[in-house]
Design a protein around this ligand. Sequence first.
Ligand code: GTP
Ligand code: SPV
Ligand code: MN
Length: 630
Amino acid sequence: MDPAVRDRPLAETRTTQPTPAGAAAVPDPQSGPARHGAAPRPAAVNDFVKLWVDECAALCQPDKLYWCDGSLDERQALFEQGVRDGIFTRLNQEKLPGCFLHRSNPNDVARSEHLTFICTPDQDLAGATNNWMETKQAHHKLRGLFHGCMKGRTMYVVPFVMGPIGCPLAKVGVQLTDSLYVAVSMGLMTRMGDVAWRQLGADDEFTRCLHSVGDVNPERRYICHFPLDNAIWSFGSGYGGNALLGKKCLALRIASFLGKQQGWMAEHMLLMGAQQPNGQKSYIAAAFPSACGKTNFAMLIPPQQYRDAGWKITTVGDDIAWMWVDDKTGKVRAINPEAGYFGVVPGTNDETNPNAMECMKRDAIFTNVALLPDGDVWWEGKTKDPPPEAIDWQGQKWTPAIARETGRKAAHPNSRFTAPATNNPVLDPAWDDPDGVPVSAIVFGGRRSRTIPLVFQAFNWVHGVYLGATLGSETTAAATGAQGVVRRDPMAMLPFIGYNIRDYLVHWFRMRKRMTDCPRIFHVNWFRKDDQGRFVWPGFGENMRVLKWIIDRSQGKAYARETLVGWMPRPEDIDLNGINVSRHDVEAIQTVNAEEFKSEILSQEELFLKLAGDLPKEMVFQRELLIARL
Ligand code: GTP
Ligand code: SPV
Ligand code: MN
């Protein structure tokens, strides 16, 4: 790696290549809020916020304070400032109006789970699967890092709301950050700006989110959560889930902790609407681990014959769901706390996910993709044929020949787009509804080349929770570390449970008691491969065929046979009209091989052993029942 890149002292990675041909000219350097006169504090800010911002400013010592108001003018001015500072590259504004490219530091391209901590007085609160730091020790360590870290920089005050305005579950957060990229991204991903001051009123109840990119050094990178203080301190990273603190840190880790205390659930789930030909609408929540297909499933376009028949799929959310049980009906309802998408781009194209492609056509940020000579962007899998040349995600010249020789990718495997939800052509009309949507099915799924069938249904809630808790998936580029190894990822929440996993599982079991009728629980695997290493199931839009069975089952309409692992469709229960998949193929990927399943149970021990004496008894009983069925 270029040492100048590796040792870059400043927060943001600066782009070095000239402005691409076709891109707009560099804007007037005299305008822009961040450099010329920091934005003043709005009158609506309450004393609790003022006090805390003053304290943090005294600690971090920024040159300027900039209070974000969340207006479109402000967003545009921040983009302009970012272009001047080399944080953003303006893309071809004819092809991609309002779109910008950002390159993160090459050492900072994914969540760093090993540097993510739950900080509590007692380790038992964090549990066996989280990194733990004692509260005082964490304060001490982090205060040292934050001390003076914003000298010469601007501190952006970013007020935001997670959840539809007016929803009883909606949460206010305020993030202080020295990253302009983070401030702008928070504006796309959350309900950001003055709306948050109105939602907060005179209250002290907001999540205190302090963030600095520091010197982007992995040796000094800590993502610390203080669930008992409703606070998050993140230092040393500017990337995604490490730095956009409303997302994984607040809406999953802090929120899961609050949900446990208050009787609701924060989950790593997409939320989709499915309207049947008869007009009946159901909503489905699905938990797949990072980079395992949530965005794609949430934006699914049904195959032609389904569309002709009147099927319609809509997106409520693509990453996070907050769920509760409605007192009056005893049914589960859910909201998406976010207001935008931070989605994987490699593999995304006009065939696999046209709706995501539509989302990123305007007012979007691309992070770590390749830049084309005409100011357009590219990533592996965007087009069948690669472009003749590009600037890769690290700012270096890239050609297909170079790729062949060196194996270098044009875009980073965890490169992403950031776009407002309102860009989505199939956004569900209820996506912003403070009452949320009713949930009739919960789907768990992992990335498994072998062993795990395409689809099956849990026998009941307790069995479904067991299936979720033992979910396994091959690791992806969304987190740093080894890739492609099967690890247990309970409910796709392993990196995101903000407290003790024992209590988390108990919470799942207990939530059933509040429900009169519970969502049906399913398990899917789009990723099973044949002996040649090819995906057998076509996936993407064709997943509609499996979804239809899931919906029919949750309405008590489809046939299923009882198997070792749960209720399963027969091959003839999955419609294969119009795809190049035979009944025999479906049989092959629905096969439950008893020997393979014995190894599967053994590999679940990794999780069971970690939990040891803490394992809820329902888990033990379910495992015994499964072994007995084998
Ligand atoms: P996070 O944002 O990290 O939480 O991920 P996600 O679950 O939203 O993952 P996403 O939908 O972005 O998919 C990640 C990768 O899986 C992309 O490269 C997709 O092209 C690929 N993928 C998604 N759905 C399917 C599918 O049905 N079949 C196959 N073979 N690949 C898929
Ligand atoms: C994930 O890793 O699950 C993501 C991306 O959704 S990030 O926001 O970076 O965590
Ligand atoms: Mn995610």
